[in-house]
Ligand binder design. Structure first.
Ligand code: ATP
Length: 242
């Protein structure tokens, strides 16, 4: 479904992503892991085109997407979350989700009322995720983990086929971690392909069908979680602080 070939992103002399190739298979959960500074978020940014790659190719469902604009990539079925939630504090969760809906986004400050069809869609998504309780909470009152849940809901407004989750468990309280794991599994079981960057190894080992390990901008291992966990190059990259 998603194929990344020889992707490079250089910042001056820094080779943040340096010839990275991997595939996220349709219907599976693929994790992109690696020590701090390995290039994971930069790779995500290049795939979702929030950043232009220096070179390399990104293919989605047989079509090349690395030259497209972010909204065109979203329209092709790829949506992503960010490490830091884009939650707008002066809006409710429902308003945030409708407002963040790509392409047909409602601009709350300019229009008096949210479009009813978008509201119904957002409410349906909140219900599907089992978080309708948050709909009318102010963005300002959300915990870090609740913001992550809201990000999941916003992600689904564009009817994606593949979702890229950037540290969905980062900074999340342990009581919400299980809920987040459950949501990711549920989205995958509903047919979504998932590519996930995460430092929480428990989450990675429990959820992923396949793990791609990056270090210093390159892929150093790629395989099932139980195999990657034992890989000497992976242990070295983590323990050696590569
Ligand atoms: P973490 O797990 O800590 O989030 P990461 O694997 O996501 O790390 P990146 O954030 O992609 O790693 O960073 C890879 C390298 O690129 C790092 O050395 C980082 O300092 C560098 N880098 C990232 N963005 C920029 C930028 N805009 N300008 C210069 N260097 C950058």
């Amino acid at each position: 479904m998603l194929t990344v070939t020889n992707l490079c992103k250089h910042f001056g002399g820094i080779r943040a992503v340096d010839g990275c190739s991997f595939t996220a298979e349709a219907g599976k959960i693929t994790a992109l892991i690696g020590p701090n500074g390995a290039g994971k978020t930069t790779a995500f940014n290049c795939i979702s085109r929030t950043m232009a790659p220096t070179s390399g190719e990104v293919w989605l469902d047989g079509g090349r997407i690395d030259h497209l604009r972010p909204h065109e990539i979203t329209a092709k079925g790829l949506s992503r979350t960010f490490q830091i939630s884009r939650n707008l504090a002066d809006m409710t969760v429902l308003e945030n989700i409708v407002c963040q809906a790509p392409i047909r986004g409602w601009r709350g400050l300019m229009k008096p009322a949210m479009p009813p069809e978008e509201v119904a869609k957002a409410e349906g998504i909140l219900e599907f995720l089992g978080i309708s309780r948050l709909a009318h909470e102010d963005g300002a009152n959300l915990s870090y983990g609740q913001k992550k849940l809201m990000d999941f809901a916003a992600l689904l407004m564009s009817d994606p086929k593949i979702i890229l989750l950037d540290e969905p468990a980062g900074g999340v309280n342990p009581s919400l971690l299980e809920e987040i794991i459950g949501h990711i599994r549920k989205l995958n079981e509903a047919g979504l392909t998932v590519l996930i960057v995460e430092h929480n190894m428990d989450l990675i080992m429990r959820l992923s069908h396949r793990v791609v390990v990056m270090a210093q901008g390159q892929v150093i291992a790629d395989g099932p979680p139980e195999m990657v966990r034992e890989d000497p190059a992976v242990l070295d990259a983590y323990l050696g602080g590569a």
